[in-house]
Design a protein. Structure first.
Length: 323
C-alpha cells in the first residue's frame, strides 16, 4: 500500500511493513486451490479432513444435468471471491455414486456443507448468487469475522514483540495490520510506539498529528500522545546525574526528585520513576499541590492499566492514601 492510500504510511526503512500474519505472508489463495474435483477415494482427504480447516462445500452434479451447468459457474465464482473462507469440491455422481447414495442425495444439483468432518447444512437447485453468499455466511460466519479475529491475534503478537524489545518484528506486524485495515487505530498507535522505541520521536509525533480526529480519541492513541508529551518535557529537565547529586545532598529536594522521576519514566525505568513519586507523597503531600500524585496518575495513563509498573505503583499508592 502506498503512502498516498495509507494515512499511516512512511514507516519503511528501519521498520518495514509486510503482509505478515502468523509468520507467513498473507497471500490470497488461488482459485485452483479453492475449487477442485474429487473421487470416492479422495473424499475423505478432500472433504472430511479439509473441512477441519475451513468449511467445504460439496457440489454433487452430473454431466447430463442442466441446472448443474447453471449452478457451476455461479458457485465457483462466489467461492473464488471469498478467498479461502470456504472451499468447493465437486463430485460427479455418475462416476462416484456411493457417497451421494450414503448421504441420501436424490436430486441434483445438491450442495452440502461440511464442517469439522461432518455435514452441517445444504441446499438443492440452481439458486442465485445472493442465496449462495447467504449460505456461505451461514456456515462460515459473517464476512470479515475471520479477518477481524486474525487482526486481533496479530496485534497481541505485536504487543508481545515490542515488550520483548523486538522493535522491527512488532513494526512489521503493525504495518501488516495497517495494510489490511488502514483505519485501525490500535495498529497506528502501535506503530508510533515502535517509532518511540527506535528513538524516532519526530516521526511518531508526525504520525499521531496526522491521524483523523476520531482516531486520536482512541485510548491507545491518547496513551502514545501522553508519552510523547512526557518525552518532550523530559528533554527540558536537565542532566539526571546532576539531579541525583542534588538528591544525595538533600533527599527532601522534591523538585529535583520530581524531575528525575520524569526523566526515568521516558528512559523506560518506570518502577524507579514511580518509587520517586511515591517517596515524595510519603514525605510531603502538600508539595506542588499533591503534584507527585497527579504526575503518577499521568504515568498510569501513558503506561496502561496492565503494565507491571502501573499495577505495582497503584498498590503502593493505595497503601499511602488509605493507611
Amino acid at each position: 500500500m502506498s503512502d498516498n492510500s495509507n494515512p499511516y504510511g512512511g514507516y519503511s526503512g528501519q521498520m518495514t511493513a509486510q503482509a505478515h500474519f502468523g509468520g507467513t505472508a498473507a497471500v490470497p489463495a488461488a482459485p485452483a486451490a479453492l475449487v477442485k474435483d474429487t473421487t470416492t477415494a479422495g473424499f475423505t482427504k478432500d472433504v472430511l479432513e479439509e473441512s477441519r480447516n475451513q468449511p467445504v462445500l460439496v457440489d454433487f452434479w452430473a454431466p447430463w444435468c442442466g441446472p448443474c451447468k447453471q449452478l457451476a459457474p455461479v458457485i465457483e465464482k462466489v467461492v473464488s471471491e471469498e478467498k479461502g473462507r470456504v472451499k468447493l469440491v465437486k463430485l460427479n455422481i455418475d462416476d462416484h455414486p456411493s457417497i451421494p447414495g450414503q448421504l441420501g442425495i436424490q436430486s441434483i444439483p445438491a450442495v452440502v456443507a461440511f464442517v469439522d468432518g461432518r455435514p452441517v447444512d445444504g441446499f438443492m437447485g440452481a439458486v442465485p448468487e445472493s442465496q449462495i453468499r447467504e449460505f456461505i455466511d451461514k456456515v462460515a460466519g459473517p464476512a470479515g469475522a475471520d479477518q477481524a479475529a486474525e487482526i486481533e491475534a496479530v496485534l497481541e503478537e505485536a504487543i508481545a514483540l515490542l515488550a520483548s524489545g523486538d522493535i522491527n518484528g512488532a513494526a512489521q506486524l503493525y504495518g501488516a495490520v495497517l495494510q489490511a485495515d488502514p483505519e485501525n487505530a490500535k495498529a497506528a498507535a502501535g506503530m508510533a510506539e515502535c517509532m518511540l522505541a527506535a528513538d524516532q520521536h519526530d516521526r511518531a509525533r508526525e504520525l499521531v498529528a496526522g491521524m483523523p480526529d476520531e482516531h486520536r480519541k482512541a485510548p491507545e492513541v491518547q496513551a502514545v500522545s501522553k508519552k510523547i508529551e512526557q518525552m518532550d518535557e523530559a528533554r527540558k529537565l536537565g542532566d539526571p546525574s546532576a539531579l541525583e547529586h542534588a538528591l544525595a545532598l538533600n533527599p527532601d529536594d522534591h523538585e529535583a526528585r520530581l524531575k528525575l522521576a520524569k526523566i526515568l519514566n521516558v528512559s523506560g525505568k518506570r518502577e524507579e520513576a514511580a518509587e520517586h513519586l511515591l517517596l515524595i507523597m510519603k514525605r510531603d503531600r502538600t508539595f506542588d499541590d499533591d503534584g507527585a500524585r497527579r504526575q503518577l496518575l499521568e504515568f498510569f495513563e501513558a503506561w496502561g492499566p496492565k503494565d507491571p509498573a502501573t499495577i505495582m505503583a497503584r498498590r503502593k499508592l493505595s497503601s499511602i492514601l488509605f493507611s
